[in-house]
Design a protein around this ligand. Sequence first.
Ligand SMILES: [Zn+2]
Length: 337
Amino acid sequence: MNLSRLVRFAGSCGGYKLSRLITSKNPRILMYHRFSRDAERGHLDAAMFEWQVQYIAKNYKPVTVSELAEDLYLKQCTPRNRIAITIDDGYEDFYEIAWPILKKYGVPATFYVTTGFVSGDLWLWPDQLRYLLEHSPCSTGQFSFSITQINTPIPDEQFEAEYWRINHLMLQADNAEKIRCLNEMAAAWIIDLPKIPPKRYRAVSWNQLEEMQAEGLEVGGHTITHPSLARVSMEEARNEIFGCAEKLRQKLGDSIRSFCYPNGTADDFVGSQVKFIKEAGFSCATVAFADTQGHAQRYAMRRHTGSPDRFQFLKSISGVELLGMQLRNHLVETYYD
Ligand SMILES: [Zn+2]
């Protein structure tokens, strides 16, 4: 039996409950992005999210990330069965679909917003890229841009692969180069990005955020323009972090808020930027990956993916994923001893 089937089998025999008990003092933070009413690629549908929220409400003590940080780093205690739900970026579908479900079950959450996106100053760059590719020429052509070359037309069956190929290249590029490439594509294909993104890419409004904050939502910071902080200058990183904190204060008042690194892999921020996050007043910060470090670092708290797959969700939330990582580390250490 392979490991995945073994875990599934153990889960059905009460293994998730056992794992929850063993890891009850290792609070998990779950990470979500987009929501839809019905099944849609790249989105978590309302029915599955409701099932997950109900499961969390029944089996855990859900808190915001700042509440969790207060327990861990100020009170230095680790109460049992804590879970924090986080949602990144600031899309309107959180307000329309996810928040009503969270409210229904009394589950708090932390919503990390890109302030320039909420203010209507920009679209998030992955959405710009998708829109540009969707509007690329139907005629045969070969286009050279600063980051890559693109052949048109892009066949429907290759669209997703092409999108993710370029998305990946842009993630590796300097922020300025990425923006230049998006502008080059728009110019070469004579595409005018609408000032306000189409409905499916739209941000929540400041009024909606104010309303949700009054109902218990933690609105956290996610920079102004969502760059990878490791791919901008220190001055730009400082402006992104301070500008975001200032805008949140100005629009939503003083409140304890956490911060979330855009993209959030270990390559998307540098340790020397932590001082900006502290000075800007954020109580802690989260990354977009999980490992055995857990929450050892207040400004790099680990997060697990809030998956649309029920099995993966149970693995993340019950601590099976965490135990698996610990076991793998243990085996590697034993092997190299
Ligand atoms: Zn993000």
